[in-house]
Design a protein around this ligand. Structure first.
Ligand code: ZN
Length: 142
């Protein structure tokens, strides 16, 4: 199997079987966003306890790319402090924009989106969950 096929598998796996999917009651913060160019919608919920992500869930209607990205993102940030979540967000942004080529262990699954970086319309799909996460970090900083 080529690396490209493995990446495809990883994305489809998360898209078919998303982790942390569903509404979260008693969330500390919630945000809704849409990616009009593709039709993706996402609702992201965080429960913060002692400055850490105790629980994170998402739901909505997304394409395989946005769903897989949201699924991987929730796995990456669960249990992290808000500072660490902010760092992961910055790290994701520099990777997806092509500024950085290497990924930390926490985000290594995002290598599956390597080929998407050249496709601006699809980059929006992968970025949607992270932009929504940035909304929530902003809300909590207030
Ligand atoms: Zn999409």
């Amino acid at each position: 199997m080529s690396a490209r096929d493995l990446y495809q598998e990883l994305i489809l796996d998360h898209a078919r079987n998303p982790q942390n999917f569903g509404e979260l009651e008693h969330a500390s913060a919630h945000s809704h966003r849409e990616n009009i160019s593709c039709g993706d919608t996402i609702d992201l919920y965080l429960l913060i306890e002692d400055g850490r992500v105790a629980e994170v869930r998402f739901d909505g209607q997304g394409c395989a790319l946005s769903t897989a990205s949201a699924s991987m993102m929730t796995e990456a940030i669960k249990g992290k402090s808000l500072d660490e979540v902010q760092q992961l967000t910055n790290h994701f942004r520099s990777y997806i924009s092509g500024e950085a080529d290497d990924l930390d262990a926490e985000l290594e699954d995002f290598e599956a989106f390597q080929g998407v970086r050249q496709l601006p319309a699809r980059v929006k799909c992968v970025t949607l969950p992270w932009v929504t996460l940035a909304d929530l970090l902003g809300q909590m900083g207030e």
